[in-house]
Design a protein around this ligand. Structure first.
Ligand code: ADP
Length: 440
């Protein structure tokens, strides 16, 4: 259990690549923080700096009030679960979980107790005698988590731990992590590119882009009050629709105009725009697909149906409106089996003033929440990498294979005595793949 503090943290690789900058975050004891953003935005680098696996170029990191900038990983009292979890193939589940504790010379009785407790938490007590090859991908990942749990770390770091699993297992393991979090009372920092994982797991989410933090908030805050166009597009699925529109201020009232629609903004939005003294101007208008409705009214955005996607409980209707592809989510009632509309059908769309998000055309920032300019990497792209699309095909779980080793290797990481030469090669390869610097 520990709080963490990251202060003006910056990472520059090779004096050239600025991977992370101006990273400021206070993490409370036992908080579950998710770092999320597209590939290359600096999530892993941030996590690895907390772990001590990367040097910090500038700034400070504190764990439990202690500055750890120069503290080696094994002395930071943290545990980390990587994307490419690797288990020792020749050891049972029990021994895999116990391994780190054995190296640290814990008494046998204590090891046994910790391993059994971890197995209980992860629901793998039945599997303790099996070897990794007799486990499913999800079970192997639980063993990898078990190995981290037995350390009883102050901080639990997880770097895309589910991205090697197929979609069904990922969903299942996501709920397992929610349960794990309730049983293991510690601070978590979790890295993912998947906004659904971020929304479901995080107490707070840190959305990153090109090395900069874009917004920090609860899932509700980042969904309902996105700081800028980038966050608006990244969080929520299907993605928020963005229209070219006009914000009109009439005294103390605001309207947005898009297509033939003119909609008065809600009192809450009006109050925030007034306090930021926002004037009439062209804006990017953000409307979530589930907040658009089909209407017969004249005061509406005219559109033409392209495609209807039946999703079971709702239909996603793709329409062409104001010259662009717009998605409308139409929920289906119990009796309705098919809400699809024929291609080419003219429709009209409306929305409520509480659902409209107005963004600055130049900077992309949310006009309700004036934002310091330095927090925005660049004018945000209108189409961030779709969070729906997996970054890549899931690779098979990293069950490490022995590599032929032609030359004698540098000093090997510790492995149990009594292995034959093939097993030693496996152990070395695995230890490298595990990249487990938290074990002495
Ligand atoms: P993410 O985890 O969000 O995908 P990373 O933290 O891995 O992003 O990378 C952030 C940036 O730093 C990227 O531009 C990446 O290419 C670069 N980077 C990461 N590791 C190294 C490294 N060891 N050397 C040089 N550049 C790196």
């Amino acid at each position: 259990m520990a709080d963490l503090s990251l202060r003006k943290v910056k990472k520059v690789y090779d004096n050239t690549v600025v991977a992370v900058q101006a990273f400021d975050l206070e993490i409370a004891d036992k908080e579950f923080i998710v770092l999320v953003g597209p590939s290359g935005c600096g999530k892993s680098t941030t996590l690895r700096m907390v772990a001590g696996l990367e040097e910090i170029t500038e700034g400070e990191i504190y764990i439990g009030g202690r500055k750890v900038n120069t503290v080696p990983p094994k002395d930071r009292d943290i545990a980390m679960v990587f994307q490419n979890y690797a288990l020792y193939p020749h050891m049972t589940v029990y021994d895999n979980i116990a391994y780190g504790l054995k190296l640290r010379k814990f008494p046998k009785r204590v090891i046994d107790q910790k391993v059994r407790e971890a197995a209980e938490i992860l629901d793998i007590s039945e599997l303790l005698k099996r070897k990794p090859k007799a486990l499913s991908g999800g079970q192997r990942q639980r063993v990898a988590i078990g190995r981290a749990i037995v350390r009883e770390p102050q901080v639990f770091l997880m770097d895309e731990p589910l991205s090697n699993l197929d979609a069904k297992l990922r969903n299942q393991m996501r709920s397992e992590i929610i349960k794990l979090r309730q049983k293991v009372n510690t601070t978590f920092i979790y890295v993912t590119h998947d906004q659904t994982e971020a929304m479901t797991l995080g107490d707070r989410i840190v959305i990153m882009r090109e090395g900069f933090v874009q917004q920090v908030g609860t899932p509700q805050e980042v969904f309902h009050h996105p700081a800028n166009l980038f966050v608006a597009g990244f969080i929520g699925t299907p993605q928020m629709n963005i229209f070219d529109a006009q914000l009109v201020r009439e005294g103390e009232t605001y309207f947005v105009e898009a297509g033939n629609a003119r909609v008065k903004l809600s009192p809450e939005k009006t109050a925030r725009l007034l306090s930021a003294d926002v004037d009439s101007q062209p804006v990017k208008l953000g409307l979530r697909p589930e907040h658009l409705t089909l209407t017969e009214e004249e005061n509406a955005i005219s559109a033409t149906v392209d495609v209807s996607e039946m999703m079971g409980s709702a239909v996603h209707i793709h329409v062409n409106a104001c010259g662009q592809d717009v998605v409308v989510v139409v929920p289906l009632g119990e009796e309705e089996e098919d809400g699809s509309l024929p291609m080419g059908k003219p429709v009209r769309l409306t929305f409520r003033g509480s659902a409209a998000h107005v963004f600055d055309v130049e900077t992309g920032h949310n006009l309700e929440y004036p934002q310091p300019k330095e927090q925005i990497a660049e004018p945000p792209a209108e189409e961030p990498e779709s969070p729906e699309t997996p970054a890549q095909e899931p690779e098979p779980p990293a069950e490490p294979q022995p590599e032929p080793v032609p030359e004698p290797q540098p000093p090997a990481p510790p492995y149990p005595a009594g292995l034959d030469s093939t097993e030693k090669i496996i152990a070395e390869t695995v230890a490298e793949a595990m990249n487990d610097p938290f074990t002495e």
